[in-house]
Each structure stands twice: as C-alpha cells, then as structure tokens.
Design a protein. Structure first.
Length: 456
C-alpha cells in the first residue's frame, strides 16, 4: 500500500466524517407537536430554513421556475457552435423541446397557483396548491436541495465512496447488481430521504460513476421516504402504536424488491454503458494482488482525497449541484405533480386503474377490497394520498396497515420521487416508472398482507 502524509489522511477523514454526520446519522429533534422525532442533520437544517422563510418560499420557487422556463426558451433558440466548449449554464438550460415545454408548464402552473388565476383544478389546495404552499413540497425542496447539494461533495469528493465502493462490492454486486459505492446512496435514502438519494445518484451518473442500468436501479429501488415521513403515514391511518412492525415490514419488503426488480423488465433491459457511451469494465472492481478489500479501499480513498485540496472547488461543485436540482428538477415536480394530483382529484382514472387489484386483494384476504383497490394505484400521484383517503373510507385495521405499508414501499410517486427522477439525468421515463410502480405493488402485496394477517 502506498504511503500518504498525515495531511492526506486528515483530508480524507474530516470531510468524510462530516458527510456521514450530516447525511447518514439521525439526531433527535422536536416537531411542531412537541414530539421527539429522529432526522438526519441535513433534513433538520432544511426544515429549520423552510420554517424561517415559509412565507416567501413559494415566491422564491416561482422565480426559479420562471428562470428555468425563460432560460430554456432562450438557449433552445440558438445552437452551441461546433467545437465550442459547452458552459455549465448552457448545459443547465440546454434541454430538448419536450423538457423546455415541461419547464414552461411548471412556471405557468406556479403563476396560476400563487395568483389563483385560471381553472381552480390547477391551483386548489388539493393539486398545485398542495405542492406550492408555504409548507408544501416545492418549498421544502428549495431548502433540501440547497443544503444537500452544497454539502454533497463531503460524501463524494474526499474518498468515502471509494472506500465503501471497494469494501461493499462483494455484497452489492451479487445481490443487487450494483457497485459497492451505491451502498452510500442506499443508506442516504433509507436513513435520510429519497430526495437526497436521487440527488447523489444523479450526480454520480453525470460523472460516469454509474452505468445507465445502475443509475436506474438505484433511483427506482433505494430512493425511499425518510423514517420521519413513514411515521407520519402510519399515524395518519391511526396505527401509530404499530410503527415497529410496520417499518420492519417496509424494510423486509424493500429488500425483497431490491433483489427482484433489477432482474426483470424494465430495469434489466437498461444498457450497461455510462452516460458518455463507454461500456462497463468488470475488471475495474477487482482487487489487485497484494491488497485486500480494506487496504485497497483505503488507498483509493486517500488518492481521491489527495486530488481535492481546493476549498473553492468544493463550493463550486456544491453550488453546481444546487442549481442542477433547482433548475432541472423543480419544474418537473411542479408540472408532473400537479397533473397527477389533478387526475387523482377530479377524474375516476385511479378508481378504474385500481379495479384489477380488487380480486387480488380478495384472494389475499384483505377486507374492504373494493375500497382498498383504488388506493393501490392512487399512490402513483402522491405517496400521502392513500393514507389521507383511507382515513374516512376504510375501517379495518388490517386494510389500513396494508394501505399505509404499500404507500411507502411502492416508492414511485409523481409528486416527489417520480418527478425528481424524470427531472434528473437518470435514464428512466414515465412508462418505466408506471411499470415499476405496478410491479412493486404486485410483488409486495402478498408479503405485506401476510404480515398484516399475523398482526391483526
């Protein structure tokens, strides 16, 4: 193993430990109701700032959405000269016609919501108003993107991913068909928040650290909601005392799905090439002779840390992450999230789509199957909708448990993770997400129902 000076060891250890403390270690905090909840520090900082700027956060997001739309309109009208270096801002706004239209729709919806103009179906508190309210998702995304994006280089630039990537490859590759470094993404999502996981995965995919298939698997399999939000869901259906078996079911089902989903359509059909078109090199993960996984991981980590001594570059990388998510993702969440919520609120489409699940639920012995069936698909619009609708619709504790657990394990919902994935560079489309959502539902239901029958 190569020898490194003490300064390089410190450059690896201090930022990496800070990154772990910020992104991966939950701390106790008091919520609005005076209860103790556990959240990662990044989420605590984001919540604190969101509360401080609550009244102006929607207006800040409006400005960002308008900048995204106008910037894309300007850039799409001119072509970058051949051989001319593409600047960061060109890349930020240079999207194709479809995504330019999506950004325009996102900005138009935001204007309609904040000024309450146009059809009420767009700006009501059940649709666009839910996303762009002072305590809504877009306001929170503004702050979580700011803190997570700014400090993400602590996890990525100082060797932590190289260390875990080498040590975990023997577990992640055979089980989940993923490189070892993805264990950090998975942990950041499970302990922290799905939005953090998507941000981390997207950044690494752009840097050609993940292939198209790997980025799609991580983004659609490990970007789960935070423990805190899971608590909110189970309390919403009145089963707060069952949190431990409920979250244990979420973890068990999530692991089973993570083993199955990468091996079936559509994830199994994704290319094993990087964003730059280069094929995957299986040899790159092998440990050279004379090393073990720990010594080789430490050497890789220290070499990476040694290359990142500039404080200016650290903050430059961080702000690029922030702008990427503000400009690239927020408009997609606003546009797709509003449309999905409008469909859920004002049309019977999810009731119709849920009909095939009725005999499946009856076969699994779930009471009130007809009512629960539509809740199996309405979560595609928003993860919290099934729990909200179940409260006054369903009486059976078993069915409420199944609905609450499924709404978390389905994972793909357009008002947040789904919108984030579509707005990122991760290679998934709306059809992929719908298929993955339905397959996760079909596979997970027998597991969740079985545990539910044991509990109730």
């Amino acid at each position: 193993m190569k020898k490194f000076p003490v300064s390089t060891w410190l450059l690896f250890l201090i930022p990496s430990l800070l990154g772990i403390l910020l992104f991966l270690v939950p701390i106790p905090t008091i919520d609005e109701e005076g209860q103790t909840v556990w959240m990662v520090t990044i989420a605590v900082l984001a919540n604190a700032m969101a509360g401080a700027i609550e009244s102006i956060a929607p207006w800040i997001m409006l400005i960002i959405l308008i900048i995204a739309a106008v910037g894309s309109l300007v850039v799409i009208t001119r072509k970058v000269k051949e051989g001319h270096k593409v600047s960061f801002f060109d890349r930020l706004f240079n999207v194709n016609l479809f995504w330019t239209i999506v950004r325009i729709i996102g900005a138009v919806f935001a204007v309609m919501v904040l000024f309450q103009v146009g059809p009420e179906a767009v700006w009501s508190e059940d649709t666009g108003g839910l996303l762009l309210s002072p305590d809504g998702l877009l306001s929170f995304l503004f702050t979580i993107f700011l803190f997570a994006g700014l400090f993400l280089p602590l996890l990525m630039n100082f060797g932590l991913l190289e260390l875990f990537g080498t040590m975990m490859v023997k577990i992640m590759r055979p089980l989940f068909r993923l490189p070892g470094r993805s264990s950090i993404d998975a942990l950041a999502s499970w302990v922290g928040d799905g939005t953090i996981g998507v941000l981390l995965t997207n950044t690494q995919y752009i840097q050609n650290k993940y292939t198209q298939r790997e980025a799609a698997i991580i983004g659609t399999t490990f970007s789960v909601v935070s423990i805190t939000f899971a608590i909110v869901v189970i309390q919403q259906v009145g089963l707060g005392e069952y949190f431990l078996p409920y979250y244990g079911t979420v973890i068990l089902t999530g692991i089973v799905l993570a083993l199955i989903m990468p091996r079936i359509f559509p994830l199994a059909q994704k290319p094993t090439t990087f964003m730059n078109g280069k094929p995957q090199d299986a040899m790159s993960e092998e440990v050279p002779e004379g090393y073990n996984v720990v010594s080789y991981g430490v050497e890789n980590a220290l070499s990476k840390a040694n290359d990142n001594k500039s404080v200016g570059e650290f903050f430059k990388d961080g702000f690029k992450n922030v702008l990427d998510m503000w400009i690239g993702v927020a408009p997609v969440v606003m546009a797709f999230g509003t449309v999905a919520l409008m469909l859920a609120t004002y049309t019977p489409i999810f009731t119709i789509l849920g009909k095939p699940f009725e005999p499946y639920l009856m076969l699994l012995g779930i009471p009130e199957a007809a009512e629960a069936a539509q809740l199996m698909v309405v979560g595609f619009a928003d993860m919290f909708l099934p729990a909200i609708l179940a409260e006054g619709m369903i009486e059976s504790e078993l069915t409420l448990f199944v609905v609450a657990t499924m709404s978390v394990t389905q994972l793909i919902y357009m008002s947040e993770v789904g919108g984030l994935l579509l707005g990122s560079k991760i290679p998934v489309n709306i059809f992929d997400l719908l298929v993955i959502f339905l397959l996760r539902t079909i596979i997970a239901l027998p597991i969740v129902a079985g545990i539910g029958h044991l509990l109730f």
